[in-house]
Design a protein around this ligand. Structure first.
Ligand code: PLP
Length: 458
């Protein structure tokens, strides 16, 4: 059970001293401090005001095995007692680190046989940035410097992460992106292809990549980076065939493919990795979040043997972090993967709860505020529109409706995210049918409650 915290005092101290992530500090002050999450079990989180909230976001797209896994606590304690830390700088490594690398190589399979560790998804993408450029330099093609990415992609919050990402609001803060990153259109059918044939739209979006490659010169392009399914951008599921086109284009010009699997990895889409679900073969795979189900911070890059063979010709690759391959994080990640295997959570998403979520979401399609529902595995989205059968937004601008519906959902006991006017969900892989039904019922009720509020702004 939770400790008896003085919640009012914690809120006061939060405002006074704590700077939260991706937040408006003034707003947090105005609302009297952040919501304090005190404890959790299974698919539920609890806050300091006594609310039990169904966690439709699995923390932040990460708590795949759910909360309260005693064996993850035990394995961490055991590893801390035996060896709390050692590095991989000194021609040294720890047992869990080696075992985890080998385990991941088995899951990614094929040519992705090598694994580099970091502590976060952003760092994994910084590793991509440095490793790819170093690779091309060593390969004798030093002009290949450019990364092609998509608008509205999310690749993290570090300088390289924001630059590779396509969030214009993030670029605006800190004068990013850094040179050498090109952004092309995203395969967001509902937002940008509405009313057209989805497959044709996907082809157009892939063609935009080829056009950009030709515009900047194929000899200057190092890699294409993309999330198999965009998460933070609003659960953007590309039309069928998109990734096959992208793959063919990249191969045609000898460009590396980076699949950012930070959200899609570890069962989320119904296979171990999103690129397996969507059917393409990347050269580099950054992964994080579900790797440890968020119990400890750890990320990894699976790297093709071809790239590693080239890196071996370059002496020291002077890149790596104090916490690369941290033994406690590695031990927890290893056990987390064991849980996913033992409980067949990947197959459960593919054959059971994934299809169940899709069917449950479809019940929202008749609601006058809903323009589309979509899902893949346990990633779901609801598009809120002003007029049924269109993609018109409330108040003729994006972002009016999302926060209203999101806040109603949270007040009704469901944690979801509102991305512009898209309500997104990403529940733990252990979610039950009943909990999926609860989730959809709460969204339905929250849409009903939001309706008069939105009418007033229209
Ligand atoms: C969350 C996320 C990141 C960044 O991971 P952090 O651990 O927050 O640094 C990178 N890429 C994708 C696709 C993500 O969803």
């Amino acid at each position: 059970m939770p400790r008896n915290y003085d919640i009012a005092e914690l809120k006061r101290l939060d405002i006074k001293h704590h700077l939260p992530a991706q937040q408006d500090y003034k707003l947090i002050e105005d609302i009297g401090g952040s919501r304090i999450i005190t404890h959790a079990e299974g698919c539920y989180i609890h806050d300091g005001d006594g609310n039990r909230i169904l966690d439709g976001m699995a923390g932040l797209w990460c708590v795949n095995v759910g909360y309260g896994r005693e064996e993850l606590v035990e394995v961490a304690a055991e590893q801390m007692r035996e060896l709390p830390f050692y590095n991989t700088f000194f021609k040294t490594v720890t047992p869990p680190t080696v075992m985890l690398a080998s385990k991941i190589a088995g899951l990614t399979g094929g040519k992705l046989q090598h694994v580099f560790f970091n502590a976060s998804g952003s760092e994994a993408n910084d590793t991509v940035f440095r490793m790819v450029r170093h690779y091309w330099n060593l390969k004798g093609q030093p002009k290949r410097k450019i990364f092609i990415s998509r608008w509205n992609a999310y690749h993290g919050s570090t300088v390289a992460g924001v630059s590779l990402g396509g969030m214009k609001g993030m670029h605006a803060q800190g004068d990013l992106p850094i040179p050498g990153v090109e952004h092309v259109r995203q395969p967001y059918w509902f937002g940008e292809g509405f009313g057209t044939d989805p497959v044709e739209f996907g082809k157009k979006c892939a063609a935009a990549i080829e056009e950009r490659i030709l515009a900047v010169g194929p000899e200057n392009v190092a890699a294409f980076i993309g999330e198999p399914v965009q998460g933070a951008g609003g659960v953007v599921i590309p039309p069928p065939g998109y990734w096959q086109e992208v793959e063919a284009i990249c191969r045609k010009y000898g460009i590396l493919i980076v699949a950012d699997e930070v959200i899609c990895g570890f069962g989320r889409t119904g296979e171990w990795f999103g690129h397996q679900t969507l059917g393409f073969t990347p050269d580099l795979v950054p992964m994080a979040k579900g790797l440890s189900s968020g119990y400890l911070p750890i990320s990894a890059n699976a790297v093709s043997s071809e790239i590693v063979e080239v890196l071996k010709t370059g002496g020291d690759f002077v890149h790596g972090f104090t916490y690369s391959g941290h033994p406690v994080c590695a031990a927890v990640a290893l056990r987390n993967i064991e849980i996913i295997e033992r409980e067949s959570l990947v197959g459960r998403v593919r054959d059971d709860v994934g299809p169940y979520l899709a069917k449950a979401l479809a019940r929202l399609n008749d609601h006058p505020l809903v323009g589309e529902t979509r899902s893949i595995g346990l990633l779901g989205a609801v598009e809120i529109v002003a007029k049924p059968g269109t993609n018109e937004r409330w108040g003729s601008a994006e972002g009016n409706a999302g926060p209203v519906v999101r806040d109603a959902c949270i007040a009704n006991g469901l944690m979801v995210r509102g991305i512009r006017d898209t309500i997104v969900m990403c529940p733990p892989l252990i979610i039950s049918h009943q909990q999926i039904d609860d989730m959809i019922d709460i969204i339905h009720r929250s849409l009903d409650e939001a309706y008069p509020v939105l009418k007033a702004i229209a």
